[in-house]
Design a protein around this ligand. Structure first.
Ligand SMILES: [Zn+2]
Length: 420
């Protein structure tokens, strides 16, 4: 398999060189367009059959690489939101997202050496200091749902209220308490929206997930194909990833081989955006949940804060990229809530009150910039999958029953509309 892949890579390299030598100094539009189309198709084919990102930069000269990117940019323009980035922050409570750090919980950690310095730098009850990207960028240009203190409710419908059941609900649109009760690595029996999108024309080979947690290949049922998955300590091929691979292989494994540091997940995902231009990308971050279970409130907050910074970097790239800018929807959410009391905040399951309470934030060309939502109808986690498809102008037809899409997030228009 590996040999065949290398052969194909060599072949497409040869095609590239031939095309390159035949192109005149200022190439005619049709020649370069045809060439770009061949490269695009080869790339999608390789990705589809070998689950492997196409290392275009390595195979092409800079000018040809740019032509290829430009071609990708114009290949279909019928829908305003052409790209979708979904970011999940494992078990981050709405309480911290909307009201900042909890004073009581933070003071309980006052003995820690870094406590004083951190609390001085980050006013404890200030959500803007905790998650500045969320509260500056998304609150201005998008929507944030789930502040129960202001009557906006978002909840899970599965009864397990732990991670795998939550991610299953997010990506399949169907709470499956019968098959998915725990976090064991069983292949998900349900159809999921990312794999379905990955089978659509123009999306083939262009749907991917980068996740910190090693259960994601099972959650997405990797064996069934349709999307590319990189989780936990899996390295990535291609020269562009060699420095990150080296870091991944030497980084301290705080949670064994189960969870890699979020900073590496985000860095791999960002590089993948640059290299492979996916239409749909999921980024699964996990440190908030790990620190919460260890009852380390300060570390839980710091993880939330650095996750926010990672999202800002991803969005900075989106805004700087001619491929993604003004055509990308960003959706951020969590798999479950946590206990809503001082002695239960660290845990979550069926019997812990508050574990079903979640939140989401969204920003993109389809979504009206309404900021923090107050009141309104409650929304549920099983509606996300159909909403993801809706952002891209698609409909998700699953074998299992699926929650309805959240229509208020779609077709609202925004200031970005005029610039498309
Ligand atoms: Zn957990």
């Amino acid at each position: 398999m590996r040999k065949l892949y290398l052969l194909l890579l060599l072949l497409s390299g040869t095609v590239t060189l031939c095309a390159q030598s035949r192109l005149p100094e200022s190439p005619g539009h049709s020649v370069s367009a045809q060439f770009a189309s061949i490269v695009s198709k080869t790339r999608q084919w390789l990705h589809r059959y070998y689950n492997h990102p196409f290392d275009g930069q390595r195979l092409m000269s800079d000018s040809l690489y740019e032509k290829w990117r430009t071609h990708e940019l114009v290949e279909d323009t019928e829908h305003p939101s052409k790209y979708l980035i979904i970011i999940t922050l494992d078990g981050l409570r709405w309480q911290e997202v909307f009201t900042g750090a909890n004073d009581t919980l933070l003071r309980a950690e006052a003995g820690k050496p870094e406590w004083e310095q951190w609390t001085q730098q980050h006013p404890v009850q200030n959500r803007e200091a905790l998650m500045p990207f969320l509260w500056n960028e998304i609150a201005t240009n998008g929507q944030i749902h789930g502040n129960r203190e202001k009557g906006s409710q978002v909840g899970v419908t599965n009864n397990m209220r732990i991670s795998y059941p939550g991610y299953n609900e997010i990506f399949t649109g169907h709470p499956d308490d019968r098959h998915i009760k725990l976090n064991f690595k069983i292949p998900n029996p349900n159809q999921n929206v990312l794999r379905s999108i990955g089978r659509e024309k123009n999306f083939r080979g262009r749907v991917a997930s980068f996740a910190s947690w090693d259960v994601f290949p099972s959650i997405f049922n990797q064996e069934k194909g349709g999307m590319y998955i990189n989780a936990a300590f899996e390295t990535e091929s291609g020269v562009a990833f060699s420095a990150l691979n080296a870091q991944l292989n030497t980084v301290e494994r705080r949670w064994g081989s189960r969870v890699r540091p979020d900073s590496l997940t985000a860095a791999f995902a960002l590089e993948y955006l640059r290299q492979a231009s996916p239409r749909v990308l999921h980024i699964g971050l996990g440190e908030t949940d790990e620190y919460a279970h260890e009852k380390k409130y300060l570390d839980y907050l710091k993880a939330a804060q650095s996750n926010d910074e990672m999202i800002r970097r991803i969005w900075d790239f989106v805004e700087s990229s001619p491929v993604y800018r003004h055509k990308t929807t960003l959706f951020i959410t969590t798999d479950h809530g946590r206990g809503n009391k001082a002695d239960t905040w660290h845990k979550h399951h069926t019997w812990v009150q508050g574990s079903d309470e979640i939140w989401f934030a969204v920003m993109g060309p389809e979504t009206a910039p309404l900021g923090e939502i107050e009141g309104g109808a409650p929304y549920f986690q099983n509606q996300f999958a159909q909403t993801f498809a809706g952002f891209l102008g698609l409909k998700y037809d699953a074998d299992q029953p699926v929650g309805e899409k959240i229509v208020s997030l779609l077709g609202g228009g925004s200031t970005h509309l005029t610039e498309r």
